[in-house]
Design a protein around this ligand. Structure first.
Ligand code: NDP
Length: 336
């Protein structure tokens, strides 16, 4: 059983040496358990937060020497559980390893899903995050302007496309010309900007002549600085992620921008609301799945997967995700 364990707590951007590929015996399924063979492993930005000693508020940290956690699509290869039979595909949390044992509580049978890795992206957690954050918190109305960064990624690409379906004008922010072109030509965004352009603030102002009504916050940092002065009275800011800060080892150098930010929030009556998608499955997942399946079947939403081969490639792919080298939802193909 090959596993990628956390070898050291990263300082800043993780390095390959912060991970270690090791080998253990294949575990055995006991009474009431199933043995899973990992087929696909999802890589997601939150994993960076679990590498820190101080955990985020929604999950414990990964212990040193333990396998990295992660969502997976697996095949049941042995079962002593009445609800799961050998051969079937399940969505679960086997982590960065070839095999894992589960009690079944965290597993969802995938049936005959044509493309099983979709359960980790377009029909799973990231797209569900886009759906809840945009529709329930952002609440875009026809003609309003929606801005989203990491706009060709797993969450952002779905945010922008759902916003278009709801009649909004959508401006994306990404890194690089290829992603910009894809956002406009393939995903149907009205405009897309490069976050690394020194003129980002001016370009964003030009791309949003009527201001910004919904800013779906994925990144923080300089993108937020460019967005803040453009927010309209009554704007909504679903705070989904701040990936630009996940590698911060120290607070940023001054000046302190909090007073200016809070003054804008007050005067423009802006609703800023953080959310963690784990809270929303019970109430909203069925509606999401129904809508998303219909949109996909009608060709109204496009998905792009950034496929990586082999468990041993996971550390480098995770580092790439934190640097913006991924182009689409990152999925590692672990086994047959
Ligand atoms: P993506 O597929 O979008 O990949 C991450 C992207 O973030 C990169 O491709 C890059 O895009 C962008 N990025 C990386 N570093 C920076 C930086 N310094 N400044 C600006 N952008 C950067 O990931 P996901 O779609 O899975 O996640 C998007 C966001 O949603 C993350 O913040 C994540 O933590 C959050 N999230 C939150 C959830 C919740 O429950 N609240 C659930 C799921 C995700 P580019 O280079 O093109 O700009």
């Amino acid at each position: 059983n090959r596993r990628v364990v956390l070898a050291a707590r990263p300082q800043g951007l993780p390095k390959p040496q912060d991970f270690r590929l090791d080998q253990t015996d294949i575990p055995k399924a006991g009474e009431g358990q199933v043995l899973l063979r990992t087929l696909y492993l999802s890589l997601d930005p939150y994993m960076r937060n679990l590498m820190d000693e101080i955990p985020p508020a929604y999950a414990p940290s990964v212990a040193l020497g333990e396998p990295m956690v992660g969502g997976t699509v697996s095949r049941v290869v042995a079962s002593q559980h009445p609800n799961f039979r050998v051969g079937e595909l399940v969505l679960g949390n086997a982590g960065w390893q070839d095999y894992a044992v589960s009690t079944g509580e965290d597993l969802t049978a995938l049936g005959d899903l044509v493309q099983p890795s979709l359960a980790l992206g377009g029909l799973g957690m990231p797209a569900f995050t886009a759906y809840v954050g945009l529709l329930d918190i952002g609440q875009p109305k026809p003609g309003e302007t929606v801005v989203v960064a990491a706009a060709t990624g797993a969450v952002g690409s779905v945010v922008g496309q759902i916003a278009k379906l709801k009649g909004a004008r959508v401006v994306g922010i990404v890194s690089g010309v290829d992603k910009c072109r894809y956002a406009v030509e393939e995903l149907g965004f009205d405009a897309c900007l490069d976050r690394r352009d020194p003129q980002l603030a001016q370009q964003l102002a030009a791309a949003c002549p009527a201001g910004i009504d919904v800013y779906f916050e994925n990144v923080g940092g300089e993108v937020f600085d460019a967005v803040l002065p453009l927010l309209n009275v009554g704007a909504r800011v679903p705070v989904c992620g701040v990936i630009a800060h996940y590698n911060d080892a120290a607070p940023p150098a001054g000046p302190d921008r909090l007073p200016g930010t809070m003054t804008t929030v007050l005067q423009k009556r802006i609703r800023v609301q953080g959310f963690v998608i784990l809270d929303h499955y019970a109430e909203r997942f069925d509606a999401f799945r129904r809508d998303m399946q219909a949109w996909l079947a009608a060709g109204r939403i496009k998905l792009r997967e950034h496929r990586v081969d082999g468990l041993e490639s996971a550390p480098e792919a995770m580092i790439g995700l934190l640097e913006g080298r991924n182009f689409g939802k990152v999925v590692v193909r672990v086994g047959e």
